[in-house]
Design a binder for this molecule. Structure first.
Ligand code: UDP
Ligand code: MG
Length: 353
């Protein structure tokens, strides 16, 4: 009996009337842009009217970024800085930021102003409406090479074809998520983190916020081709076992071809005179099989290596030091007195194993 009235629409979740918003900003060698970023991010957050904290994660920068971030934190009580002990990579830096965030809603934004900070206010509005994940969806991307645009497009099409989760197209890590979603992500101990995929996998009430992505405000990309490929592999291998199945299919196809070849060779041997010929075919087949076997072993090795690394259960990252966490004024100056929430000398004690 499909009486839809028996299944009332899910109630919109009750949102705190005075939520704390955490904004996580991963930074790797961003000395050219970081002051500009803070000068635009802080007013954009003030404009939302919500209490907020900004968590800059210094991902082992080798330039002046660390000092600049401490400088910013010393002058702005809403700023906390997590200095990782070395460069752990963008996805882990964001995970570290999530773990240090105390907010009811948590936004993730790059340090280079490619994603407009003013949109966080819009994301917050959608969160208040009851959405748990509001992700930015790029309508256009300024300042990216045609190569990067094309490869990104193919990659997401391919990944969605291969994996069980549907990762929305043209979506990066720029998003705002509810506390519950962040906790769900932090409870996933996996090492090869492909956050946009993990968020998609998590479910909850998700919605897209379309926007135009700008070019980097200053400095240059910290994602060389090597890191992009690494991210693509993480996405592919963490969200799909299809590569293994493809390899198996390939094995069957080759065995079938080999069977035909064997019949052909035997036929030649038994019924014709010219059976010594065919050296070329022999050579090609041997080389081909050798290559296929190496690919297959490499593919399996890639999964096995990940199992090996995961089995060590090392922490995802190490913190060198923290700045700004001993303050409890997670508020814009206007609402500062009301913001005497729980003082934090330490980040949330949860451990990402
Ligand atoms: N990033 C990081 N660790 C890294 C590489 C990058 O924290 O190892 C940060 C970087 O500072 C920036 C964000 O990740 O805030 C995205 O990097 P970038 O803008 O260079 O990548 P692109 O936008 O060119 O893909
Ligand atoms: Mg960028």
């Amino acid at each position: 009996m499909a009486d839809s009235s028996a299944f009332p629409a899910p109630l919109a979740p009750v949102r705190s009337a005075d939520p704390l918003v955490s904004v996580v900003v991963p930074c790797f060698n961003e000395q050219e842009v970081i002051r500009v970023t803070h000068a635009r991010l802080a007013p954009a957050l003030e404009a939302t009217g919500a209490r907020f904290e900004i968590i800059y994660v210094n991902d082992g920068s080798r330039d002046a970024t660390a000092g600049l971030l401490d400088f910013i934190a010393a002058r702005d009580s809403r700023v906390r800085v997590v200095h990782l002990s070395r460069n752990f990579g963008h996805q882990i830096a964001v995970s570290a930021g999530l773990e240090h965030a105390a907010g009811d809603a948590i936004a993730i934004i790059d340090a280079d102003l490619q994603d407009p900070p003013e949109l966080i206010g819009d994301m917050l509005a959608r969160w208040r409406e009851g959405f748990d994940v509001v992700y930015g969806q790029r309508l256009s991307r300024g300042g990216e090479s045609a190569f990067k645009l094309a490869t990104a497009r193919w990659f997401y099409r391919g990944l969605n074809a291969l994996s069980d989760v549907d990762i929305p197209l043209d979506v990066g890590d720029f998003r705002l998520v509810d506390r519950a979603v962040a906790d769900a992500i932090l409870a996933m101990p996996e090492r090869d983190r492909f956050l946009r995929g993990m968020f998609a996998w998590a479910g909850f009430r998700q919605t897209a916020l379309p926007y135009h992505r700008d070019a980097r405000a200053a400095g240059e990309t910290k994602y060389p081709l090597r890191k992009m490929l690494r991210l693509a592999f993480d996405g592919m291998l963490s969200f799909s076992m299809q590569p293994l199945r493809l390899v198996l299919t390939l094995g069957f196809v080759i065995v079938a071809l080999a069977g035909l070849g064997i019949l052909y060779a035997l036929g030649n041997r038994l019924f014709t005179e010219n059976w010594v010929s065919g050296w070329t075919l022999l050579f090609i087949a041997t080389m081909f099989m050798g290559g296929v076997q190496l690919i297959v072993m490499g593919m399996i090795g890639e999964y096995v290596g990940r199992i090996y690394m995961a089995s060590k259960e090392r922490p995802l990252y190490l913190v060198g030091r923290r700045t700004g966490f001993d303050r409890d004024s997670a508020a814009s100056p206007a609402t500062a007195p009301a913001a005497a929430s729980q003082p934090r000398s330490q980040p949330r004690s949860r451990q990402v194993a």
